[in-house]
Design a protein around this ligand. Structure first.
Ligand code: SF4
Length: 357
């Protein structure tokens, strides 16, 4: 099999910590530290994790809105980190981003026409008449009236503004979209409409998405595959169906245990993790999750767990590797066993079946 459409190999984005009058570099915030993945054309990869785990920095690094400090990123064979000038401009048109906050991301002093046309002018796309046509088409695709072009962002609701932000990305005819918490700031009733719009656009235009969110239900609905991130690293990746049915990593199990479910098959004991996420400027030794993991063993403090993969389900965990081995590669059985170990080892776990959320 050839390279995926979008390929990321050991991506690293560290931010220097400077101190003193001379602003000497005394350390680094390891926001993203050696992340590798691929996304096939037309696929959606969901990215989940607690705030501060590095998900947004991954998205921004791919688009070079922040400069990565290491690793390789390619889109359709083009090395994103090596291009500059005109080539970079072309690449930027092919890769667009939609941010969380539809209030902050649209300039309130510009009309919708000004907001949408800016990118077309920068990328020298079309004559004035062609640009109008493109903008009207993009608005129509996102369910906005064509006369929106004459109006200002404050004249629209939060959901409509997010549609305008999506139209701004679409007008440039991109192939790849980073969607960074695109529905988190919207009312629940509006979220479903915008999520369905994103699903339709992906199908109709053949778009490829990286969908970043802390909302596990939305991620499951929208994603083909899901990656779980903790402290700058991916700890588990699988198809959405496999990950949600049989999470293997203790961190994923804890995340999922916090999601209430009406389905008794999916109801899990609630695992409450002790402590906070450690600082990414001084990540723990060995497995980065070990200070909070109810299953941590001596080896976890000393050895960074290598990746173990079973039919595309990838996990970095010593205990998961052992349980998978003992279960003969049966991920469902291993997941069940890890859930039992977690419940037994976690003093604060409570039975969801007893009604706790
Ligand atoms: Fe927990 Fe050890 Fe697995 Fe890390 S490697 S998640 S500390 S069991």
């Amino acid at each position: 099999m050839g390279d995926p459409f979008f390929s990321v190999d050991r991506l690293q984005t560290h931010f220097p910590i400077r101190r003193g009058v001379l602003r000497r570099v005394v350390g680094a915030v390891q926001a993203v530290d050696g992340v590798s993945f691929g996304i096939e054309r037309g696929e959606t990869l969901g990215l989940v994790g607690e705030s501060g785990c590095g998900k947004t920095t991954v998205g921004r690094s791919l688009l070079r809105l922040v400069e990565p400090t290491g690793g390789r990123v390619t889109l359709g064979g083009v090395d994103v980190r090596q291009v500059s000038g005109r080539q970079l401009r072309t690449l930027r048109r092919r890769m667009q981003v939609v941010f969380q906050d539809p209030y902050g991301s649209l300039n309130p002093r510009m009309t919708v026409r000004g907001i949408l046309e800016e990118g077309l002018i920068v990328h020298r796309m079309g004559t004035a008449a062609e640009r109008i046509e493109r903008m009207q088409r993009a608005l129509e695709r996102t369910g906005m009236p064509a006369d929106a072009l004459r109006r200002y962002p404050h004249e629209f609701s939060g959901g409509q503004r997010q549609r305008i932000a999506i139209a701004r990305a679409l007008v440039l005819e991109p192939e790849f979209l980073v969607l960074d918490e695109p529905v988190s700031a919207l009312d629940v009733s509006i979220q479903a409409q915008v999520v369905n719009l994103l699903v339709d656009l992906r199908k109709d235009l053949g778009l490829t998405y990286l969908f970043i969110s802390h909302d596990l239900s939305v991620v499951e609905y929208l994603s083909d595959r899901v990656a779980v991130m903790y402290l700058g690293r991916f700890v588990e990746t699988a198809t959405a169906a496999k990950l949600y049915a049989a999470p293997l990593h203790p961190y994923t199990q804890a995340l999922f245990s916090a999601v209430p479910s009406v389905d008794p098959e999916r109801r899990r004991s609630r695992i409450i993790l002790p402590g906070d996420v450690p600082s990414p400027s001084r990540p723990p030794s060995g497995c980065r999750f070990h200070p909070r993991c109810p299953l941590a063993e001596t080896v976890c403090r000393e050895v960074d767990p290598p990746e173990v993969a079973v039919e595309g389900h990838r996990v970095h965990c010593h205990v998961a590797a052992r349980e998978l081995d003992q279960a003969g590669g049966d991920t469902a059985a291993a997941s069940q066993r890890i859930a039992e170990l977690m419940t037994a080892a976690s003093p604060s776990s409570r039975a969801a079946a007893a009604g706790s959320v």
